[in-house]
Design a protein around this ligand. Sequence first.
Ligand code: SER
Length: 877
Amino acid sequence: MTKFASSDDIREAFLDYFVRRDHQKIQGSSLLPQNDPTLLFVNSGMAPLKPYFTGASRPPHPDLCNVQPCIRTRDIDDVGDRHHLTFFEMLGSWSIGRYFKDRAVELAYGLIVDTFGFPKDKLYVSVYSGNAELGLQPDHETARAWERVGVARDHIVYLGEDNFWGPAGETGPCGPCTEMFFDTGDAYGPKYVPGGEFDTKRRYIEVWNAGVFMQLDKRADGSFGRLPFNSVDTGSGLERMALVLQDAQSVYETDLFRELMGGVKERVGSSFPEEACRVIADHIRATSFILSEGVSPGNEGRSYIPRRLIRKCVALVERAGVRNFDYPGLIDIVVRRFHHHYPLLKQRKDKIVTGLVQEIREFERVIGKGLERLDHLSRANGPFTISGKDAFSLFATYGLPVEIARDFVKEKGGTIDEEGYHVEFQKHQEISRASDKNAGQTWLEDGALVTRTLAGRVSEFVGYEVMDADAQVLALVQAGVPVKEATAGAQIDLLASRTPFYAEGGGQIGDHGRIQGANGAEIRVLDTRKVGGVHVHRAEIVSGAVREGDAIRLSVDEQGRRATMANHSATHLMHAALREVLGTHVRQAGSLVDAERLRFDFEHPSKVTPEQLRTVERRVNEFVRQDFKCEISLTTYAKAVESGALAFFGESYGDEVRMLRFGPASTELCGGTHVTATGEIGLFRILSESSVASGVRRIVAVTGEAAVEYTLDQDQLLKDVAARLRATPRELVERVEQLVKKGDDQRKSDPGSRKVHVDPRAQTVALPDGVKLVAARVDAPTEALGSEASRIASDIDGVVVLAGESDGKASIVVAVSKQKGAYYDASRLLTLLAPYIDGRGGGSVYLARGGGTKPGGLDSLIQNAPSRIAEAMKLTS
Ligand code: SER
């Protein structure tokens, strides 16, 4: 096996492997999920990519890879064994709607065996055993793919729900998966025998979820829908990969943990149990990462996790009787070890230390009391049991973790009613889950509630003039209910006495940015809407707490807003240019303006020609260069229209309207935010023109930096294509025409491209399991048969065998439909039938081709195909 002394090399080897195979490397995201209220922390590489799998947004490239920091709260209780961790780095690769099972398996095997050199006899894989309720069959297709690449059949294990992954959080993409395990040998339990138990806790360590085959979309009501396309999502814990590739016995012996474990042991002394040292190392590392993202320990949702981790450490240290334990020294080690990849650790080191120390002080005050109380409950003669309720109340009131209580009670000869504790804990979880859900999902929409809550107080909008403003919190609404205070992790609607945040309207999106409390609270504004005429900030408290009446500073994300303003002003200029070029019948029918682009729908009876589009593009850029000032006046609707202003279609206007003029180029009524002069737009480029409805056209365009990037990309593309064809860009059209003509000529003269047609109605038989089979003789070369065979296979959703003679040779093609590919394998069937014609060949599960030297055997091949297939598949009627 290739030895990797450093985990940096493993990271690099993994990414490099996928980049070389046409995957684009993308940045890992923050540990805090964006716009996903169903998840406390990013728990896998795919979590931040959910919108790609559902088709809600487009990835930069269909195949991707990265390293993503993750927190798995589910695994916290398993920490201390060889390989479970709270924080870990996930090496991930994805194919969004491109390749599926076969390729995923090939890639996984290529990396693990051919690149990392895992010995084959130590490699085991699991596949999904199916679930009738979800309409998922046993995943024989993946099992066969593993066999094809070289995994022995008795190393392929069918598992149930362990092999169904996702969704990350409560809703979203999920599906069956296939995982790779490393056999750590006899010291860790008995060897797996087919049909027996496959022990994934000790002996067989999962090193890679080599593919979640994402097909399903779990909805909020618990039901499943189909995703619009199938995708592959893989993920491997860097720490576990290091365990194997560094020949270590646990992740704590790898280079990722060695120094930290040393630091823990030095501080607690040699008599401290190994498992407890591991827990401290894991928890301090995870806490450092969480606090570096601005989360503070607290009682709710996300902030409860660092609280739980820190308290567990303190309790362990306390029980061991260690005084003045040096936590900051351990944080130092974490920062030193990981800041190269995670710079926030270094930037926020002081905050991490303060957050941790504060939490420890608070907890030390109560833990003494908790242990005292437990001591009291444990005073019994002979064996005693602490009830589930008591154990839970020690945890809930004093924060005393049950693991600590358990050890304490055991030493005194007693036990805890574990089941009772579990029941209490579940009850608590259900309550907090329900409140989490409300907090995440219900935004304020009720105008009457806003009016009632404000009770005459006003919120002033100052966003036309400034992007930062000081103000006071007027009201907070959480899950539709006014509250006086909210803390870290909560999603809230915030109303302020003044705000620079523009609320969505007139096609322009609502602003986002940040709000800081004078008391240090940090709030992220995700969107701004007008509700009941008042600006409402949809926000998330990142850290600290915010109360009604607090002094705050509101800051719009300036870069995003400037780009949006340029796009909005360009929309006005384009509207004017379209009316000049196409005629005054052009009227706006809808628009969307954000930081990335502008989208403009307008009435026009026919396609805009390329020449017209070019004229519009030139004209808008002329307006840009003329640097017209933006002049704004407030007037009445009648006066504005009289002076030639364009009124937005479908908008309603109050008594006073805002008229916006860019020199002689454009005058419109508009409430949006705009550049101060058109020169700020920089450059304007049209990306596309299309039809949205009868008589309505759509133009998508970009400005500023995005327009420059687009122009450079186009230019590069042209140069690349020209270089491939060894031509100058000017010669390209001629060269491509020549190529197209050559292709046409070749197809005409090539007999292989002759179209064949088989009438499936005349030939279809049913196999004993009901699957349809067409076996027909068609005298044509192999190349001519493939597409017809695939077409029929998918039409009849079954198996197709076409065989015939051409130029004295026999040809054969076998095709299997996508659905039946789970049971029937075209290349196996071809191998089965080829002996009739002394032939051979191969291909995939769906399509296999071959040829033979004995055309005389063709008729018996066709005749016997149904029985041979039935017999080989062990089908009985
Ligand atoms: N999402 C899957 C997992 O976390 C594969 O990356 O295991």
